[in-house]
Design a protein around this ligand. Structure first.
Ligand code: S3P
Length: 437
């Protein structure tokens, strides 16, 4: 089991670099490319283990797709009616996006599919997609009274529905929109709070009209999607670890190029700025409806903040590393309305609190959030990743700032989203990180 040894007291994170392609956008590009007419070329695709699961699942459904080892992927789309039954179970690994979005697609296919994943994914709630997909007419079953994977999906003729989602979840919204591509009539989704909108933007780029307004997303399927060339922006959620490292390590001045800055993803930027962090957004441009920018971050003195409400879905994946920034900030940080963190790759409210406590940070776990009492020294410790990639990376950043040495157990999971994370830091901060078998 891979471990990481981190020498604390690091300083001087400097230079310019690009982060890997956005994971959320890459999943959607692969899936919609498979369903489109003709060739889709994807440059800058995330080479994360999560996206590899989507790549392999789509291939198992009879789609010709190549170039995983290369700069760009090529997908020879089958059109909306061209998928075929897989000969085996589709293994979605650790990826909630793979299982939930594919379940939406498979709900529209006239054959049987079985979807499963690793131990973490098999603990994550699936009733949130099973219920709406059933309302649309799919036969779909899951373990534990239809709440957990493995899932068995037998699709067929679907009808559009109006679905008021009880949770702000882009995976739920996207599963329904994927199924809506195969449905009779209009599909409408009403979200309690807006979640990331990459699916809506990419459907529009493939020629499928999606109307939005008043908290609703409405789609009448046009019957075809057009293949295109997709250039994936850098992943803001990967950039987040480097942004926080740049803020909390002394003498840092780092520029991250080509980072996706879709406003439904960049809540962390606003919060770090409100904490007193120097993060500048430079040279904004846009490709296929997705904005991107260079971000320059410099070491800063931070202060605590209180966050909650509509902001939370816009930084949901960044809360582990935000908690590290909060531990280094003067005063108290309060995070509320974040109960969704309990059903991520780990129960992140618990695991963040436990692991930061090992480093001497005083934390209070709330039912829907966390209180972090910041401004005290962090101490190197022996920590665990809980198999959660974002927790492993957040604790790595904390370990670089701490005094003494930190060891993190079970860090292979970092490849779930950011396979080059350790190498990137090793290159900029020589002698600070060591991988151990
Ligand atoms: C994602 C949506 C979010 C996020 C996840 C990726 C997506 O999950 O936490 O990492 O790509 O749609 P929820 O939809 O469960 O909030």
């Amino acid at each position: 089991m891979e471990r990481l040894r981190i020498r604390g007291g690091a300083r001087g994170l400097q230079g310019t670099l690009a982060v890997p392609g956005d994971k959320s956008i890459s999943h959607r590009a692969i899936i919609l490319g498979a369903l489109a007419e003709g060739l889709t070329e994807i440059s800058g695709c995330s080479k994360s283990e999560d996206c590899q699961r989507t790549f392999e699942a789509v291939r198992s459904l009879g789609v010709e797709i190549e170039g995983w080892e290369e700069e760009s992927l090529r997908i020879y789309g089958k059109g909306l009616r061209g998928l075929r039954e897989a000969v085996d179970v589709l293994d979605c690994g650790n990826s909630g996006t793979t299982i939930r979005l594919l379940a939406g697609v498979l709900a529209g296919q006239p054959f049987l599919s079985v979807l499963t994943g690793d131990a973490s994914l098999r603990r994550r709630p699936m009733d949130r997609i099973i219920l709406p997909l059933r309302q649309m007419g799919a036969e779909i079953r899951g373990r534990a009274q239809d709440t957990l994977p493995p899932l068995a999906v037998h699709g067929g003729t679907l009808r559009g529905i109006t679905y008021r989602s009880p949770i702000a979840s882009a995976q739920v919204k996207s599963a329904i929109l994927m199924a809506g591509l195969f449905a009779e009539g209009q599909t409408t989704i009403i979200e309690p709070v807006a979640s990331r909108d990459h699916t809506e933007r990419m459907l529009a780029a493939c020629g499928q009209q999606v109307e939005r307004g008043g908290g609703e997303i409405r789609m009448v399927p046009s019957g075809t999607l057009q293949g295109s060339s997709i250039s994936v922006p850098g992943d803001f959620s990967s950039a987040a670890f480097l942004l926080v490292a740049g803020l909390i390590l002394p003498d840092s001045d780092l520029t991250l190029d080509g980072v996706g800055v879709n406003p439904s993803r960049t809540g962390l930027l606003e919060v770090l700025q409100a904490m007193g962090g120097s993060v500048e957004v430079l040279s904004l441009d846009e490709s296929l409806g997705e904005p991107r920018a260079s971000l320059r971050v410099r070491s800063s003195r931070l202060k605590g903040v209180s966050i909650g409400g509509d902001l939370i879905p816009r930084l949901i994946d960044e809360i582990p590393v935000l908690a590290v920034a909060a531990a280094c900030a003067a005063g108290k940080t309060v995070i509320r309305d974040a109960a969704e963190l309990r059903v991520k790759e780990s129960d992140r409210l618990r695991t963040i609190a436990v692991e930061l406590s090992r480093m001497g940070v005083r934390t209070e776990e709330l039912q829907d959030g966390l209180i972090i009492h910041g401004g005290h020294d962090l101490h190197g410790a022996c920590c665990e990743s809980h198999g959660d990639h974002r927790l492993a990376m957040a604790i790595t950043v904390a370990g670089l700032r701490a005094d003494g040495e930190t060891t993190i157990l079970d860090t292979g999971c970092i490849s779930t989203s950011f396979p080059g994370f350790v190498d990137t830091l090793q290159h900029r901060l020589p002698n600070c990180l060591e991988r151990m078998a």
